[in-house]
Design a binder for this molecule. Structure first.
Ligand SMILES: [Zn+2]
Length: 241
């Protein structure tokens, strides 16, 4: 290839790399990424709440079970004392059994009261539990929607980047190795511009203005020179973009 062709390849490469940078910036700035992270943060907070509510529900159920067991025992005791009372004819024994029966009846009333209030508590916990479950479901749906949107938009951008990278590889292969290396090095270290172009009396890489002497020297030289300010490869020849 001629020097003029190398100059054209460098210009094409610069355009491709600029395009890649722009696309990469678009990927990085996709709003979905932040949205997904926000939703995940809210999910974690909700998960803590869900665990608290679950523990409350568990405690309420356990308390209710204890009350129910004791109620059953109380009922058995009442029937037993009642049966004994039915058979009793001795005054002192009867009086003692009646007193015991009163105690058991008192306890029974208390158990009923406690069970009712515990059931109310359980109902409230169940309501909160349902609210939390709905909120979790809503967040999951949101995360899914954001993830799908991100995949769709991000996937298209990444495919475009991959296409450009492919084109870059093919172009780079046509350059002399030293020139390709120099371009790649500048691309990494010099603000993403591997080769500059001469625009009037300015370098497109550093925007430095060249003196008449520098300009004349570059224009007399090969189509690919070097910017005296930023040392980038500098395409001096007129190229079709
Ligand atoms: Zn320059």
């Amino acid at each position: 290839m001629s020097e003029q062709q190398y100059a054209e390849v460098l210009v094409a490469l610069s355009d491709i790399d600029l395009g890649i940078l722009r696309l990469q910036k678009q990927v990085d700035e996709l709003p979905h990424k932040q949205q997904i992270m926000d939703v995940r943060q809210r999910s974690r907070e909700l998960e803590v709440k869900a665990q608290q509510v679950q523990k409350m529900a568990h405690d309420a159920a356990r308390t209710l079970k204890l009350l129910s067991d004791e109620t059953e025992l109380n009922e058995t005791q009442i029937s037993h004392v009642q049966a004994t009372l039915d058979k009793s004819s001795e005054y002192r024994e009867t009086a003692a059994l009646v007193a015991e029966m009163e105690m058991l009846a008192h306890r029974k009333a208390k158990l009923e009261e406690d069970s009712l209030s515990q059931m109310e508590k359980q109902e409230k916990v169940a309501t909160v539990e349902a609210q939390v479950a709905r909120a979790v479901e809503k967040l999951n749906r949101e995360e899914q929607a954001y993830t799908e949107a991100y995949r769709k938009v991000g996937g298209k951008l990444k495919q475009d980047i991959a296409d450009l990278e492919h084109a870059r590889e093919a172009l780079t292969a046509t350059l002399p190795a030293a020139m390709a290396e120099r371009y790649a090095r500048a691309l990494k270290t010099k603000a993403g511009i591997g080769a500059a172009r001469l625009m009037g009396n300015q370098c497109s890489g550093c925007h430095g203005t060249l003196s008449e002497g520098q300009l004349a020297k570059l224009q007399e030289g090969p189509p690919v020179g070097e910017c005296p300010n930023c040392n980038r490869l500098l395409v001096t020849a007129a190229c079709e973009a």
